[in-house]
Design a protein around this ligand. Structure first.
Ligand code: NOJ
Length: 541
């Protein structure tokens, strides 16, 4: 059967729901999310109205970095299920019209991957070591790391092995970087892509898609010279990385319908990011500048405009996202003063006072903004429940390697990875027998079953918004036209007949004349004005 245009282009305006499988739903009651739990909640996702899910790594892994340390790319971690369950999930999701994306981690393996184990056993200079980045150290006895690169989690990016050589790990010490100059490495990743595509997987999210290529000679990072990702950084966004994606795209296009990629590439310059989306490369890449933008009208407008323009130039849709498993949940980010330049991780925010009611109001407004924009949108599990960040997980329960590698100075990302509250009135809120990370007291107000019974809840807002987005001919793909609007607000139209007004100021603003309200992120004032931190979707003639 030949694919229809809709099958081929679904990703241009899709709403994709991110499943952090460890914390989504627990089917066997051991306190850890799993495939059985996910299968049991497909009804929740179908009712929400999402087009696809992206599942974080579910492969065998020692979980030193939440599964981004993959020991075997073509199998399932027994803690999450098995291949038969994965196949059943794919079937059941597809029956409900939900596509399934997996996560591929091409920059590094787990140190428990059989190739790395073989490399440790092998001698310096051996073909086994050639699959990784092994080097001799500096200094007379080689006791200094080969260069000054630092791990993204803190500390040097090099670890010494007993025979004296060092291996590169841009992330945790248990995540050795692979060598993309090795044909074996390239072939093996392509085999993995085909393995899952052949089983019906619809696409992949590509982890740190901008880091795989390292500059020949592995030169030091020089402050003042390599501060930008401009193609000259020794390991970030090097131009040679694009060849990999041209080859991956050919594989995706060999399927009917073609498979799809989304790049996780924290490349700040939208023009450089758009290079990943040239017609023979990837189809989509997260526009993280939107996530990073302060809750201020000029910042939001600038980032949205830039992302759309740069993506348009290569014929790709923008890909919006407010939260994921690496950043503080947006309820908690928006609960703080919208200072430009503040980071987006919990450790950047902890010293700022938080007003979670305000955060929730803004989160609802931000969601209606995002879902009204042209392009595709990613939701992170639990945002439809209005979950805040868990800010006080006892430090002895922290699991993110950031805590240890930062010398116990940064809490890291566990606060957004806490198991979801599904039902009941006390922890673990129907998650399972217990939950592998403790749920904070604020989750009591975010339980899915309770929100389901309340038509004013954020859960209903998400469902209403997704339903309208699907039904309305102006929403999804297409164009946006900015309109003049009072200071501190954003207004744009989408044709035919749709206007969004986002009030990011601190005072109410009037509705445009002749506008008919379709959906609001919160109640209007009693005079029918749009209060601060509220978005309205309007029908215009
Ligand atoms: C990005 C992933 O989203 C993050 O969770 C992980 O720690 C790093 N890449 C390394 O794989």
């Amino acid at each position: 059967m030949t694919a229809t245009a809709n099958d081929i282009d679904w990703w241009r305006d899709a709403v994709v729901y991110q499943v952090y499988i460890r914390s989504f739903a627990d089917g066997n009651g051991d306190g850890v999310g799993d495939i059985a739990g996910l299968r049991g909640k497909l009804g929740h996702l179908a009712r929400l109205g999402v087009d696809a899910i992206w599942i974080n790594p579910w492969y065998p892994s020692p979980l030193a970095d939440g599964g981004y340390d993959v020991a075997d790319y073509r199998a399932i971690n027994p803690a999450f299920g098995d291949t038969a369950q994965a196949e059943a999930l794919l079937r059941e999701a597809h029956e409900r019209g939900i596509k399934v994306l997996l996560d591929i981690v091409p920059n590094h393996h787990s140190d428990e991957h059989e190739w790395f184990q073989a490399a440790l056993r092998a001698a310096p200079g051996s073909p086994e070591r050639e699959r990784y980045v092994f080097r001799d150290g500096r200094g007379p006895d080689g006791a200094q790391p080969p260069n000054n690169w630092e791990s993204m989690f803190g500390g040097p990016a090099w670890e010494r092995v007993p025979d004296g050589q060092w291996y590169l790990h841009l992330f945790d010490v248990k995540q050795p970087d692979v060598n993309w100059n090795s044909a074996e490495v390239r072939d093996d990743f392509e085999t993995t892509l085909r393995f899952w595509f052949d089983r019906g997987v619809d696409g992949f999210r590509i982890d740190v898609a901008n880091s795989m290529i390292k500059q020949d000679g592995l030169p030091d990072v020089v402050e003042g010279v390599n501060d930008e990702q401009d193609g000259n950084h020794p390991y970030l966004d090097r131009d040679e990385v694009h060849d990999i994606y041209r080859s991956w795209r050919r594989i995706a296009d060999s399927y009917d319908p073609p498979k799809v990629y989304v790049a996780e590439a924290w490349v700040p310059d939208p023009e450089r990011l758009a290079r990943y989306l040239r017609p023979d490369e990837l189809q989509t890449a997260f526009s993280f500048n939107f996530l990073r933008a302060a809750w201020l009208a000029p910042d939001l407008k600038e980032n949205i405009t830039e992302a759309i323009a740069e993506n348009d130039a290569v014929g790709a849709p923008a890909t919006w996202v407010l939260s994921n498993h690496d950043v503080a949940r947006h309820v908690s980010r928006l609960a703080r003063k919208p200072e430009s330049g503040r980071g987006y991780q919990l450790d950047d925010l902890l010293d700022l006072p938080a007003d979670l009611d305000l955060g929730l109001r803004r989160a609802r407004a931000a969601t209606l903004l995002m879902l009204a924009l042209p392009g595709t949108a990613y939701l992170y599990q639990g945002e439809e429940l209005g979950l805040p960040e868990a800010e006080n997980i006892p430090t002895d329960q922290l699991d993110d390697p950031t805590w240890v590698l930062s010398g116990h100075t940064k809490r890291g990302r566990d606060g957004c990875r806490v198991p979801l509250p599904w039902s009941g009135s006390s922890p673990p809120y129907g998650f399972g027998g217990s939950s592998w990370l403790p749920q904070p007291p604020e989750f009591a107000a975010c339980v899915a079953d309770t929100l389901d019974a309340d038509p004013e809840s954020i859960l209903h807002l998400y469902r209403d918004a997704l339903m309208l987005r699907k039904a309305h001919p102006a929403l999804g793909g297409g164009e946006l036209t900015w309109k003049d609007s009072p200071e501190g607000t954003l207004a744009f139209t989408r044709e035919p007949g749709f206007t969004a007004l986002v009030n990011v100021s601190s005072a109410p603003v009037s509705l445009p004349e002749d506008a008919e309200v379709m959906l609001t992120s919160g109640p209007l004032t009693r005079y029918g004005a749009v209060p601060a931190d509220t978005t309205v979707w309007l029908r215009h003639a």
